[in-house]
Design a binder for this molecule. Structure first.
Ligand code: AMP
Length: 282
């Protein structure tokens, strides 16, 4: 049942009071705002599964590296609230960095192995920031279920692992990647692309599909699949490849041959904008 009015809170005490009025089970959708159809697909799933839906909007400073785009990360709270109201969300929490990380803050959640490859290798400290904020969001909202996108495949793996390892009483639900009609995965960062880069950005999905087509024809050699993705990315003059990977789905360790569930993934620069995408095989 949809509640008639969306509640918006900022402080932790307001959150706790509002949380106490909501019927359970509660589904949490953590976001950094500037919402698009990908975020809204998580909200829709939460709406289907849960009696109440809580969305957090927080551009988490500790998951951005010193050279990353924290200060110019896109924001539009009014538009986000309109979208969430239409989507039937019950409660929106927009904490401040100061309340999340007050002076003297010094407690972190870090994982040993899962954070070493892929995004973790390119963005040192990123997943320490992600795991810590998600742990804090779980403690503050106390949801029964929490929704994340497969778009951020390593983040999904990190959160599944952390939730298990630390016994958070939360069921983690990973939702499929939502794409534009031409295949580009929806991302708040897509607004940074100019018209030519936006068109060239379809190369990520094309390269994943090229590798998937080879896999479907029986190719199981991981180097060959990585080469197919690399060649496709390199065929696009505006694209600059940072990494491609063909890894075990759970451990994210690079494979020699595909035997079970595997993850193809990549990071690619279009101009100054860094995009990631992935596809699951097997
Ligand atoms: P963000 O605001 O970028 O931190 O994303 C918030 C949540 O939405 C994360 O769990 C993302 O994985 C998820 N998400 C972002 N883009 C997509 C997409 N295109 N499809 C599905 N989920 C997405």
């Amino acid at each position: 049942m949809k509640s008639p009015k969306i509640i918006t809170v900022t402080s932790l005490s307001e959150l706790r009071n509002a949380r106490a009025t909501l019927p359970e089970p509660i589904g949490l959708v953590p976001t950094m705002g500037f919402l698009h159809a990908g975020h809204l697909s998580l909200v829709r799933q939460a709406r289907q599964d849960c009696a109440s839906v809580v969305v957090s909007i927080f551009v988490n400073p500790v998951q951005f590296g010193p050279a990353e785009d924290l200060s110019k990360y896109p924001r539009d709270l009014q538009r986000d609230l309109q979208l969430l109201t239409s989507a039937g969300v019950d409660l929106v929490w927009t904490p401040t960095p100061r309340e999340m990380y007050p002076d003297g803050y010094q407690t972190w959640i870090s994982l040993d192995e899962l954070v070493k490859p892929l995004e973790g290798a390119m963005r040192p400290g990123h997943f320490r920031g992600v795991a810590t904020v998600v742990g804090k969001l779980f403690n503050c909202v106390q949801p029964q279920k929490a929704y994340f996108g497969q778009k951020d495949a390593q983040q999904a793996a990190v959160i599944r692992r952390m939730t298990n390892d630390l016994n958070f009483p939360v069921e983690i639900i990973i939702c499929p990647i939502v794409r534009a009609d031409d295949g580009l995965a929806m991302s708040s960062r897509n607004v940074y692309l100019n018209a030519e880069e936006r068109q060239a950005a379809t190369v990520l999905y094309r390269s994943l599909n090229a590798a998937r087509a080879a896999f479907d024809k029986g190719e199981r050699d991981a180097n060959t699949l990585r080469r197919i993705m690399t060649d496709t990315i390199n065929s696009e003059p505006l694209a600059s490849l940072q990494y491609v990977s063909c890894a075990n789905y759970d451990t994210l360790i690079e494979l020699e041959a595909i035997t079970g569930k595997s993850l193809l993934s990549m990071a690619v620069f279009l101009g100054k904008t860094r995009l990631i995408d992935n596809m699951v095989l097997g």
